[in-house]
Design a protein around this ligand. Sequence first.
Ligand SMILES: [Zn+2]
Ligand SMILES: [Zn+2]
Length: 282
Amino acid sequence: MDWFKEVQCRLYHMGMEITHLGSGSAGNSTLLRSDETNVLIDCGFSLKRMEARLRMVDLEPSSIDAILVTHHHSDHSRTALRASKNWGAILHSNLETATRMGWEPMAECRTFGALERIVVSDDISLLPIPVPHDDADNVAVIASNGGGRRAAVVTDLGELTVDLMRHLSGCSHISIEANYDHSRLMSGPYPESLKRRISGRGGHLSNVQTGDALSEIVSERLESIVLCHLSESNNAPHLAESEVLMAMGDRFSGRIGISMQSGPEFSNWLGQSEPERISSRI
Ligand SMILES: [Zn+2]
Ligand SMILES: [Zn+2]
């Protein structure tokens, strides 16, 4: 193989594509795809919808190798067990999530511990990092490709931990929730108790919290950001995007995208900031 072909082949081999199949309180699922491996982080839509959205990105559901469920809330876990059985994919969760879902460890799902690396294949491994969220034992996920690049998927947390910040600072791509705009939440229709729960330590991240966190860890290594899990009542894409961009200022030169409930709209690739629109493939 000549030099040019070898470099091309190696770059292709080390690629990882990140596609949100949809994100929000009605369902979440993120596809991580390399040339050999297909992994879903969460499976929170109906099976029919999951399969339709996978086919929108030219993937047969039976090509999914593994499904990692971050926590037991139904917008993340809804059809994970059925999908894993129907598609022949290995289901991964921690023990608390498996217990809350009634999944049988070993027979139905493989359980992982905090910060225990899950090697799905040579070119995708996943590191689960515990995050505070309601009564759930939720995890953020740092996915690594074989070439040393990393992508993060971070949703459903009231605050960022020191451990998580340390891992985020090495990532080329970060998908992170920007759940609510603080003044919209506070002046909105939710009851006081729910407002307190959402904005508390075990709730969700606000636009300001996400902007502050990203401004702390932004570096030249960070190529792309996707804001996700936006609340339809308490947030709006332009508010989330402007808050986060303002917090990072000119230290961020990559691309920012927003994943909405209806996805998938675009894919990001590790190693490039420019996202690819899904519609351009069809
Ligand atoms: Zn959620
Ligand atoms: Zn949740």
